[in-house]
Design a protein around this ligand. Sequence first.
Ligand SMILES: Nc1ncnc2c1ncn2[C@@H]1O[C@H](COP(=O)(O)OP(=O)(O)OP(=O)(O)O)[C@@H](O)[C@H]1O
Ligand SMILES: [Mg+2]
Length: 252
Amino acid sequence: MTTRILETHGLVNIVSGHTIIDHLDFDIEEGELRVLVGPNGAGKTTLIDLITGRFPPTAGQILFRGQNIAGWPRHRIYGIGISRKFQVPTVYENLTVFENMAIGLRGHRRAFSSLVFRVTSEHAAQIERILAQVNLLARAADEAHTLSHGEKQWLEIGMVVASEPRLMLLDEPTTGMTRDETNTTAKLIKEIAGARSVMVVEHDMSFVRQIANKITVLHQGQKLAEGSVREVENNLKVAEVYLGREKISAAP
Ligand SMILES: Nc1ncnc2c1ncn2[C@@H]1O[C@H](COP(=O)(O)OP(=O)(O)OP(=O)(O)O)[C@@H](O)[C@H]1O
Ligand SMILES: [Mg+2]
């Protein structure tokens, strides 16, 4: 029997009178790699904001391993094992790649100033292992501002992995990447997904095809369709939402 790591029930988010998330029932299985797509403004980032406690929902439940975490503060949600990568890469530009990773380490984010320069050899080995995985080992001593946009995305993914979450939420991880970098990222995400549940928000359908088993399509804060890549691509309601574009892959 599969178990659900995340479930939302009747999730609603209303901002300034606008319904952004509209009675959403959504779930992710333990160990699953799920892709979330949808046109601009569909509510994808907002859903991640609600799950991670950036702001509380207007109504509804967010169950993480059966426990309702709706409205919990961010640090508490992070503490129980949910980490996110932001849509715009969010790294500490003036710290080195290695120091950024040290901040990502589980439990260390809040003790930031005291810990960065006192990393145990065990932690250093862990950081190096993850940096190798995200192709940044050779850049460990470089300050983050020297990285390309794609490399900053990898660093932030590395920081999320270092926090050892049970559920990782990655918001548009391939934005700004070259085709080669995007393909490498697809492999990377498949690798890291083996050990934990991952939800990836993406527009790039060639990337989605490489990683997805199951896709959820969000539109106006509601679930429009869910299924395999083929099912979603052939879904008429989905085609309608992407009207004016040849197919989903034509989205930015
Ligand atoms: N703080 C806010 N105040 C008012 N409206 C907001 C706020 N944040 C988001 N919205 C609105 O909520 C809707 C959903 O936005 P969201 O960023 O979740 O979409 P998205 O699916 O992530 O889009 P994209 O693909 O462009 O990243 C949009 O209409 C947006 O304008
Ligand atoms: Mg977004």
